[in-house]
Design a binder for this molecule. Structure first.
Ligand SMILES: Cc1ncc(COP(=O)(O)O)c(C=O)c1O
Length: 452
């Protein structure tokens, strides 16, 4: 047995030094995989190693292999930073080591998660009566929400999916935004929907499904229907016209699910709320805390307007699992059995920022994305392809796009990712961190200019 104190002290010191150095550290990890394998690998020894030495060696071994996503100049994918209180709460979550599947295993985690869920619905303007689940990420939030959807639309068609499964069930048609994130498709696959049950709805130049397109698809769908709409396209930030589409779908008896991995957070901002007007009318919403709320990974958010369908799709009980009468049991709402007490980090992030702080962070990220988009887009050799929409935009450097991204990233001043959007290679600009400042934006534009 080794003492935890020395290892924790080493970890805390290294974490503090890492965070203090973010401004000067490379935004993209420079180390090669081979270098890290050489430092970290080799056969596992027969003898154990003292905990503090394990941590020292780990810190040395990963040198140069950590992307600067905790910092302010990381604009690749949609990756939020980590708020200080949320990070500290996450450390405690590991120290406390609670199994948050059941209140009996984790009483405080159960209460904190219950409170955080209520605050989330409030901040995001979702019905207070909706049920929720904290899961690993938006992908599993889709799976959770779509399992509830599957349960509900089949129940309406007189089929009990919990008892009878999908074999022989009335076929469900899923009508989905044609530019949706692939995590929707994978969640559907996990739930037993083949690709053939998925109908991609054409979107306009604005990335939105037109009401006529949805109406025609609803009319053509033979049986139970789930509609999957998007709040925040990963390339352009585009959001579907929920106010027009959701009532149409509901009038046809469909369940409406929303991928709001980051876009749902527009609800928290008075300035950006309009972009997702009507989203509260949907039946389920999948989002992330690890993106725009800036909690550490891994934390996805599932919300379902009909708690009965949600619970029916997820609940499980055994004789060895005591259920507290006055508790919210996570095992009723999540696809997991044992699970991390991720409510602590969510609770801490929400409290650290408060409602105004969350709105300010959303606004700031959108402003910085716009400044980057226009600043980089105006450079010779660059073209603003799409956006800014919310916190996303695309710029192109023609045939040199991938080479320019590689050179920016190699320079260490900023990190970006690439994408192919409507047939054209582009560099994605995505701002999701509370840490990004105007100085980071100016520094990044200067770095791109130097590369060009
Ligand atoms: C729009 C959108 N939906 C879903 C996902 C999947 O989220 P997660 O990685 O948290 O599962 C992402 C990004 O990763 C995304 O950008």
């Amino acid at each position: 047995m080794t003492d935890a104190t020395a290892a924790l002290d080493r970890a805390a010191a290294a974490a503090k030094a890492f965070l203090a150095g973010l401004d000067t550290a490379p935004a993209a990890a420079p180390a090669t995989l081979a270098a890290m394998r050489a430092r970290l690998g080799g056969p596992l020894g027969a003898e154990g190693v003292p905990a503090d030495k394990v941590i020292d060696d780990l810190i040395a071994g990963v040198e140069g292999g950590i992307n600067g996503s905790a910092g302010g100049r990381h604009f690749a994918w949609v990756i939020g930073g980590t708020l200080p209180a949320s990070l500290a709460a996450d450390w405690l979550t590991s120290a406390w080591d609670q199994n948050a599947g059941l209140t009996a295993c984790a009483p405080a985690a159960s209460v904190v998660e219950e409170i955080a869920g209520g605050w989330l619905k409030d901040v995001l303007g979702l019905p207070a009566s909706a049920s929720f689940a904290l899961v690993t990420g938006c992908q599993m939030a889709h799976a959770t929400c779509l399992a509830a959807a599957r349960h509900a639309v089949l129940a309406r068609a007189g089929w009990d999916v919990a008892a009878d499964g999908l074999f022989g069930a009335p076929p469900i048609t899923v009508l989905a935004n044609g530019e949706r994130h692939a995590s929707v498709d994978r969640a559907l696959r996990l739930l037993g929907f083949g690709n053939c049950s998925l109908v991609a709805l054409a979107v306009g130049d604005d990335g939105r499904v037109a009401p006529d397109t949805l109406a025609a698809a609803l009319a053509a769908a033979p049986g139970p229907v789930i509609v999957s709409l998007a709040a925040g396209d990963l390339n352009t930030g585009a959001c579907d016209d929920f106010a027009a589409l959701v009532p149409l779908a509901k009038a046809a008896g469909a369940w409406v699910h929303v991928d709001g991995a980051f876009g749902l957070w527009a609800r928290a901002s008075a300035r950006h709320r309009e972009a997702v007007a009507g989203i509260e009318l949907a039946d389920s919403w999948a989002s992330d805390a690890h993106k725009w709320l800036n909690t550490p990974y891994d934390c996805g958010l599932a919300f379902v307007a009909d708690p009965v369908a949600h619970r029916a799709a997820m609940t499980v009980s055994t004789s060895y699992m005591p259920v507290a009468a006055d508790a919210r049991e996570a095992v009723d709402w999540t696809p997991e059995w044992s699970r991390r007490a991720r409510g602590f980090a969510v609770y801490a992030a929400l409290r650290e920022l408060g409602r105004d702080g969350i709105a300010a962070m959303i606004d700031r990220c959108c402003d910085h994305a716009a400044a980057l988009a226009h600043g980089i887009g105006a450079l010779p050799g660059a073209e603003l392809l799409a956006g800014p929409g919310l916190n996303q935009a695309l710029v192109s450097f023609g045939g040199a796009t991938d080479a320019v991204i590689a050179r920016i990233n190699a320079g260490g001043e900023a990190m970006f990712g690439g994408t192919t959007w409507r047939g054209r290679r582009a560099m994605r600009i995505s701002v999701s961190s509370w840490r990004t400042t105007e100085a980071d934006v100016a520094r990044t534009i200067a770095a791109v200019k130097a590369v060009l």
